[in-house]
Design a protein around this ligand. Structure first.
Ligand code: AMP
Length: 187
């Protein structure tokens, strides 16, 4: 049985995980799977899924699990991700994490590693306000950070308790963080 590497990038909004995931995806030539990007694309294209998720994304709330689970299942079954992937933005709560565990067990070929990018709260708000995405207004940012603390922080604990988590300081300049990430990614 072949073992392809699956990287799960965790960290609060504004931690730089999307940017780092994209950079590493190019450098390691494995696809970057961002659920946020997939949802924004669905919204732009006004697909059925897009129409259902728009309300949540604009408010900074989590999209209901049932809409995400199929999306992830289908994505991890596609040809281009069979030799590895970087997942960014999923899992966002513990039930998504247990779903992912089951799915990966079922697929049977991926050895996954969860990496947490750590950044202090005041840095996060500063970075998010600079980014200027449509859902980056102050109210939504505040809500996204709250949702992160309530729902996503337990995912970090979930991986930590199982000794499956590596933490990396996300505060230094971008290239240094990329270098640290490369150091901790096991083959
Ligand atoms: P992101 O680009 O990862 O910051 O995600 C942007 C928005 O998409 C979030 O604020 C959520 O509304 C939604 N979203 C992305 N990934 C998920 C997920 N795994 N579960 C629920 N909602 C998600």
């Amino acid at each position: 049985m072949s073992h392809a590497k699956g990287l799960i990038f965790l960290g609060p909004p504004g931690s730089g995980k999307g940017t780092q995931a994209q950079l590493l995806s190019e450098q390691l030539t494995i696809p970057h799977i961002s659920t946020g990007e997939m949802l924004r694309e669905a919204i732009t294209k006004k697909t059925k899924l897009g129409k259902r998720v728009q309300y949540y994304v604009n408010k900074g709330e989590l999209v209901p699990d049932e809409l995400l689970l199929n999306l992830i299942r289908e994505r991890l079954n596609q040809d281009d991700v069979q030799s590895g992937w970087i997942l960014d933005g999923f899992p966002r709560n513990v039930s998504q994490a247990t779903f992912l565990d089951k799915l990966l067990l079922e697929l049977g070929k991926f050895s996954e590693q969860a990496i947490n990018l750590e950044v202090s709260d005041n840095q996060l708000v500063k970075r998010l306000l600079l980014r200027g995405r449509e859902d980056d207004n102050e109210e939504t940012i505040r809500r996204r950070l709250e949702v992160y603390r309530e729902k996503t922080k337990p995912v970090i604990d979930y991986y930590q308790q199982q000794c499956r988590l590596t933490s990396v300081d996300g505060t230094p300049p971008l290239e240094r963080v990329t270098a640290s990430l490369k150091e901790v990614i096991t083959t």
